[in-house]
Design a protein around this ligand. Structure first.
Ligand code: UD1
Length: 325
């Protein structure tokens, strides 16, 4: 297929672009390079420097004729979204409004969208199925839920074949592509920066959660397995349907367990300090990925937390300062 990967210079978008190329697809990456990196665009992909908020450019690019769009371009920091809700809605909802209008104007048939576990808020049950109540507790989660809702209506109205993938926590590296956020806020890359000696210690945000060791529990998925799900979603998408799938390993690890594993993998003590809870953090988020396993035959190949962290560590050591500017 001939595919446009919007946000394909970011962490997950670049890995998926690389996997699409490896599977024999033709790939064009579209990215504004505000949070993405030119050096993360995989060899073999064409590149367009463009913004998702620029409808005219999106239409001009899609007019060439694409089989589908994979849409990763979004703002994704929960804390920042609390401080700047309108900016989050403009980029995340408004950006997707443009993607859909451009697809409609050019007759582009398929859409795979990056959604998130943050749409569920604080769940009543774990593992979380797709049928769980949708009660986001941050503007970030609310903006992604609004976008999922829009995609559902657009699929029905315009016959678009759409799939939303709701990511839980993603980590690891693939094909020389890894995680380089500036500033970095995610647990695993921060722990690895401490192990590299770039930071003195890691803050643990909250030790009084209702969990066995008092720290938050998350479901960490290898970016390689997450990427693979996008390829399956693209093949399975059906005109006029909007499918929604949760993506995680189905196993939860506490912040302390993640740090302990990072210590084992790196051989570094990774000192920690206690810090207050971070706003918008639910105590436990673990995915039920039964639906995508049953319907698309998806199966994680690297479910082991140690492998996930080891692959991230290898990338971090090879790129101690991230991608070149
Ligand atoms: C969040 C979002 C997720 C979003 C992702 C991308 C929620 C519930 N999850 O994941 O939807 O796609 O960001 O940005 O909103 N932690 C520390 N110390 C640190 C950093 C993190 O203790 O220095 C803890 C956090 O409190 C959390 C866990 O580690 O409990 C994982 O945090 P992080 O890696 O930032 O991901 P999430 O916030 O879970």
């Amino acid at each position: 297929m001939d595919l446009l990967v919007i946000g394909g210079a970011g962490y997950i978008g670049s890995v998926v672009a690389g996997q699409l190329l490896a599977a024999g697809h033709r790939v064009t990456v579209y990215d504004n390079l505000v949070n993405g990196h030119r050096a993360a665009v995989p060899d073999g992909a064409a590149f367009v420097h463009g913004d998702v908020l620029d409808l005219d450019t999106l239409i001009r690019v899609l007019r060439r004729g694409f089989d589908g769009v994979l849409h990763f371009a979004a703002l994704s920091l929960v804390g920042e979204s609390v401080a700047e809700p309108a900016r989050y809605f403009r980029t995340n909802v408004g950006g997707t409004v443009n993607v859909i209008e451009a697809m409609r104007a050019t007759g582009t048939p398929r859409l795979v969208f990056s959604s998130t576990a943050a749409v569920y808020g604080v769940p009543d049950e774990v593992p979380i199925p797709e049928t769980a109540p949708l009660r986001p507790i941050s503007p970030y989660g609310a903006s992604k839920l609004a976008t999922d809702t829009l995609i559902g209506y657009a699929a029905a109205a315009h016959g678009i074949a759409a799939v939303s993938l709701r990511y839980f926590n993603v980590a690891g590296a693939w094909g020389g592509l890894g995680e380089d956020h500036r500033p970095e806020t995610h647990l695993i890359p921060l722990a690895l920066q401490v192990a590299l000696g770039q930071r003195p210690h890691l803050a643990i945000f909250g030790s009084d959660y209702p969990t066995p060791d008092g720290t938050c529990i998350r479901d960490y998925l290898h970016v390689e397995d997450l990427g693979h799900a996008h390829l399956l979603a693209l093949e399975a998408a059906q005109p006029g349907q909007h499918r929604i799938y949760n993506l995680g390993n189905g196993a939860g690890f506490s912040v302390r367990e993640v740090i302990e594993t990072a210590r084992r993998v790196t051989g570094h003590p990774i000192p920690t300090v206690a810090a207050p809870r971070r706003a918008g953090d639910p105590p436990v988020l673990v995915a039920s990925s039964e639906r995508i396993r049953a319907e698309l035959g998806w199966e994680p190949r690297k479910p082991d937390l140690e492998t996930i962290i080891a692959d991230a560590w290898e990338w971090t050591r090879a790129h101690p300062h991230g991608y070149p500017e």
